[in-house]
Design a protein around this ligand. Structure first.
Ligand code: PA5
Length: 468
């Protein structure tokens, strides 16, 4: 079987959908910009914040170490809990859902690849209590993941878990904690060294949202029995397929170009529409990658700009019954990316029945496999007929290799799109304001936070007339 994922952009183009599509001329005119974007990304490969481009090639020893640790964890624990947020959680969740059973945690232990997996990426006060209700601390390993080593959400979770573990297992608490963080920066590495926790490192040049293919994502994957070498091999395959400055020979570069041309035509929204439950959380992972990387207000030359494309997370066929009306008849402000799966891991035949109602009886003898693809094609047609831009990425099957290809494909598209938009796709200054303001609200004393608290007092007081 050809395991390569495929990109079909016909329905992005004017030739197919009419004037709202992208003209071949516009694409041809963009070729020099695309080549320059490719060269810029290549020039920075492995440098600065582009260390993620090395991950398919430089992790042999780390993969072995992760597999050894995963084996030990599988032998010792019944539950594995990821404490992390943003890039430290979305990738592990997407890969877990893609490559393990859709009800993995509910399977009996003998049918699972490893311990139950929980990914705790929020600080809703009820969340930790709920987790503690369903795990046995004596049989649980916690993977604390934070690149900066100081993220309030993750570190507050760490403090809660540390306290709970000390009460539950005493001095053995250290065996229940695994750290994934920067080797040289941040508070967590210092804590890890002081406590002697087993630790894996996030390379300096790998930012949160580009970190799924390093220990951030690979540990949880290996612990639950996922083939992490397959993920990496898929990423490597994709990197090598995209080894050209000619967009017609580099699918990620072409996709970045069409996305930017779509933005220039007013498509400010990118809808990710997987037709497979296993890829539902891939939309969440993609949303962070696309939003946090491209949503910027300064060009690389320091000039003001406000660029980006709002990602929307959806699921086919479910969202046909909630959002498709808007997509077909609402504003022309979207491009839609279908994720299509050719071979599902299960075949679900539809039994015969309701013989007296021909429309329902017609479904008998068919399968959910046929129905989901027919509905995807029906949606694609409805969008085409309404002159809406869409494209399809086909996965021959959802397996470690194709998921590795898909993750790396979107990372490359994002990097190229950042270069085309002339922005830094690898920073996130807009997130900092909220972090500092949150600590200021909590009463933290430091020059920065005290000043921020004062600044916050100066905003206009809420008017009673607007509050009901
Ligand atoms: O992509 C990013 O850099 C962010 O989304 C981070 O992943 C997120 O803020 C969590 O940061 P950290 O890993 O430092 O806790």
């Amino acid at each position: 079987m050809d395991n390569r994922i495929r990109l079909d952009v016909n329905l992005m183009m004017e030739d197919s959908i009419g004037a709202r599509g992208i003209s071949r001329q516009a694409l041809n005119d963009m070729m020099p910009r695309l080549k320059a974007a490719y060269e810029m990304v290549e020039a920075n490969r492995g440098k600065g914040m582009q260390g993620w481009m090395d991950l398919p090639y430089n992790q042999d020893a780390i993969l072995t170490a992760i597999e050894d640790t995963a084996r030990r964890i599988r032998g010792e624990f019944e539950a594995f809990v990821v404490l992390g947020i943003g890039g430290s959680a979305l990738g592990p969740a997407a890969v877990q859902q893609a490559l393990n059973h859709l009800h993995y945690n509910e399977l009996p232990a003998g049918k699972r690849g490893g311990p139950r997996l929980y990914i705790e990426d929020n600080i809703d006060p009820e969340r930790m209590a709920a987790l503690l209700d369903v795990i046995d601390l004596k049989k649980t390993c916690f993977n604390v993941i934070t690149k900066s080593g100081g993220t309030a959400e993750t570190m507050s979770q760490y403090l809660i878990v540390l306290d709970a573990l000390k009460k539950a297992v005493g001095d053995d608490y250290k065996k229940h904690i695994l750290i994934t963080t920067s080797e040289k920066k941040g508070f967590l590495i210092k804590i890890a060294q002081r406590e002697g926790y087993e630790t894996f490192y996030i390379p300096d040049g790998v930012g949160g949202r580009f970190s799924e293919l390093c220990p951030v994502g690979l540990i949880a994957a290996a612990v639950t029995g996922i083939d992490i070498r397959g993920l990496i091999a898929g990423a490597k395959d994709m990197d090598q397929r995209c080894n050209s400055g000619d967009a017609m020979a580099n699918p990620a570069l072409l996709d970045a170009g069409l996305s930017v041309l779509a933005m220039e035509k007013g498509a400010n929204i990118s809808v990710m529409l997987p037709y497979a439950d296993s890829l539902k959380l891939m939309s969440d992972w993609y949303a962070q990658l696309w939003a946090e990387s491209l949503g910027k207000n300064r060009t690389l030359d320091g000039n003001p700009c406000n660029v980006g494309q709002t990602p929307v997370k959806t699921l086919g066929v479910t969202d046909q019954h909630s959002q498709l009306q808007l997509y077909t008849e609402g504003p022309f402000d979207k491009m839609i990316t279908f994720l299509k799966v050719e071979a599902f891991h299960a075949t679900t035949p539809i039994p015969h029945g309701c013989d007296d109602i021909p429309t329902i009886a017609f479904l008998g003898g068919k399968s959910h496999n046929q129905l989901i693809e027919a509905e995807r094609q029906g949606t694609e047609y409805a969008l085409y007929k309404a002159g809406r831009m869409s494209q399809t990425i086909t996965l021959p099957e959802v397996n470690a290799n194709t998921v590795g290809q898909l993750l790396y494909f979107f990372e490359l598209v994002t990097a190229y799109a950042g270069a085309l938009l002339n922005i830094d796709a690898f920073n996130q200054p807009g997130v900092e304001e909220s972090k500092v303001a949150s600590y200021a609200v909590m009463g933290y004393e430091s020059d920065v936070h005290t000043a921020k608290r004062e600044e916050m007092k100066n905003r206009p007081a809420p008017k009673a007339e607007y509050i009901f």
